[in-house]
Structures are given as C-alpha cells and as structure tokens.
Design a protein around this ligand. Sequence first.
Ligand code: HSE
Length: 436
Amino acid sequence: MMRTRPLKVALLGCGVVGSEVARIMATHADDLAARIGAPLELAGVAVRRPSKVREGIDPALITTDATALVKRGDIDVVIEVIGGIEPARTLITTAFEHGASVVSANKALLAEDGATLFAAAEKHGRDLYYEAAVAGAIPLLRPLRESLAGDKVNRVLGIVNGTTNFILDRMDSSGAGYSEALDEATALGYAEADPTADVEGFDAAAKAAILAGIAFHTRVRLDDVHREGLTEVTSADIASARRMGCTVKLLAICERAADGRSVTARVHPAMIPLSHPLASVREAYNAVFVEAEAAGRLMFYGPGAGGPPTASAVLGDLVAVCRNKIGGSTGPGESAYTRLPVSSMGEVVTRYHISLDVADKPGVLAQVATVFAEHDVSIDTVRQQGRLDSEGLGGEASLVVVTHRAPDAALSGTVEALRKLDTVRGVASIMRVEGE
Ligand code: HSE
C-alpha cells in the first residue's frame, strides 16, 4: 500500500555523485515510490557554490547552510556526498539528532571515525548505510553485512582503487612506465590533478579498514592499515612478474590470523598469478574476492567509481533506509562484538619476490642463501642472470629470489642483513606474492 506523505530527502553535496543521485530520484520517481511504498521528495540540496547552474534541480532547494538543512526536523533521510572528515561528521551526527537516517559515501570519515557515527546512529535509533563508500556500484558491504552474516569470513582480497588499477594495467599491457601511465590516467579523467590519495594507497586503505571491520565484526581504523602506494613500481617489476606468470596489482588484503585471535589489514602492490580471477580485472574496474568458511570463494566485480555507478549504490541504500523507516525499523548497525585486535604488518605471513644486484663471483649465492636461512625464510626459487658492469667487464648479476611463506618481520630482517653484505650492491625491489 502506497503512503501519500512523501519521505523527505536532503542532499549534502551536489557534485559528480550528488547530481546523479538527484537526477535518478527525479527520472525514476515512480519506480522508486513503488519500491519504497511512498514517494520521495527532494527537500533541500546543500552546496558550496550556489551560483553554479544545476540542471534538473529547483533553484529554490539550493542552500549553502547544510547545518540548518539537517536541523530542519522534517527530513527523513540525509544523503551525505561531500566527503572529508569535517563538516561531514558533525552534519551526520546532527542529522541523527534531528530525526534523519543517513546514507553516506564517505570512506575517509567511516575509516577514520566510524565508531562515532555508529554510536550516534544507535543512540538515536537511525540507520547509517554506506554501500557507496567502498567499490562504487559493486554490491559488497550489504552482502558482507547481511548475506554473509551467518558465515565466517577469513579473508578479503581486493582491487578497490580504479585509478591505480588503470595505471598498473597500462604498465602491464603497453610496457609504459609509471609516470607515462599516470599521465594517461589523468588525461582520461581517472586520476585527479593531485593523485596522492590514489597512488599512495590512502583511498584503498580507507576502504580496507571498512571492509576488515565488517568482515571480521571488529573495529579497524585507517591508522591500523599498513599502506604502501604504487609509485615505486617499475617496468622491471612488471616484467619480472610476467616471467613468473604473474601480474602486479595494488591489493587491499584483510585477513584473520591463522589462530583466529587477531586480524590484519594492508594495502600494497603485489604480484598475483595470471590464473587468479583478480589478475583479469582490467582498466579502472574494481573486484573483491571474499573467502568465507562455508560459502567458499566469492568474487564481486564492477565499476568502482564515477557518478552514475556510485549514485546507484547511494540510491540502493536510500531505498533500503526508506523501507526501514516505513516499517518502523532500522537495518543492522555496527557489529564489532569480536573486538579482535589488529596485528602489525610484521606478523603478516606471505611470499616475497626480491631482486638483488650482486657481485658475480664464487660463494655469493651461498652467502645470500645463508642470510635467508639465518632469518628462517625458506627460498622457493632463485634465478640469476649475469650482466656487464658499467665498464663492460662483467662481474655483476641480478638475483631474483622467491620465498615460501614467511612473516613480514622475518623478511624485513633478511633484507636488512642482505644490504650489509659487501657482495650485495643493492636491493632493486621487494614485492609480495599473493593469491596462490
Ligand atoms: N579515486 C577512487 C578510484 C574512486 O580511483 O577508485 C573513489 O574512491
């Protein structure tokens, strides 16, 4: 049965995502009303630049006073797509206080201080939905929060940043260097003028924190996530990965420790076998691989950014929150009951690919192997290639060592000791090998 009183929606932010949300609300109004059981009314749109022309939005709805909008008291749902920590945090908590539930796409805020938001939502009996915060259009958080609520997730492994996936894909497919691939990503509008958040892994780390918290029913903050960007990845690394039957991806990896007593979350470039489903994720697409005890391996794939895909996730949340509102209920809140601590990167166990420049003379391989053995890191394969030195006289070699699984701390100790060997001229690269 359709309610005639509309549900009032306030939009905070009207950029690429916000304007798409408003457009879809208007063009699909009848379908949305039928699915919700009540019509939606866009009751106000808070923006920073009121003079900008916004097609399809009644200018009378535009305001620069977001605080007054969320305090109106008649707003049912606030959609927050302004991003950043403040004023977004205060606006969201104020919205809860004044009767509204919230749909947010704000990964930075959720990763930095989700606890404050969840506590405020619970205190006031409101919903906080945020599907759009991770992997754009891909339905991922709801499946993790709801569909897998009866299972035990042990690992989440994903490509959650489209810009960096585009860069690495170009480096892999065309042999381009990092700077050239970044320039192409910028020209095509994937990378922003300041690409730091993407290429240094901050964006992916925020998403990893959110995913780990939901997957393991604990609290994981941005600071808990080990983060390495892709600015150091070279064409040589990509070529080396190819020789091993791998490709390089910037991965967000959230894992439950083998003893089940802690979790880890990390973002870094890694080699993955070409046979792994994540290896075939091209261009700016996202994909997340979830390993759960009963379900087995699941993969979620699709566009992870952009106005319409992100708006799709926001609208899905809007419909869910409105349905809850009409039914007089709320959806699932934060589930952080396990209180599992987040271990440091040193405790992560994985495989490594290490490229060394060494002197090519008797005993060097044995010396190098001894250092690995002393740190309890087992070698899987070694490949050596001799080459001429700068005077064309030979006597140098590239040594590529791939290890079996070892703790990150042991590998760091190994590398530190290798650097001290006279025969090791340099450590050209260290890359983790995942997905095997
Ligand atoms: N800049 C992100 C990406 C999208 O490239 O995937 C927003 O999180």
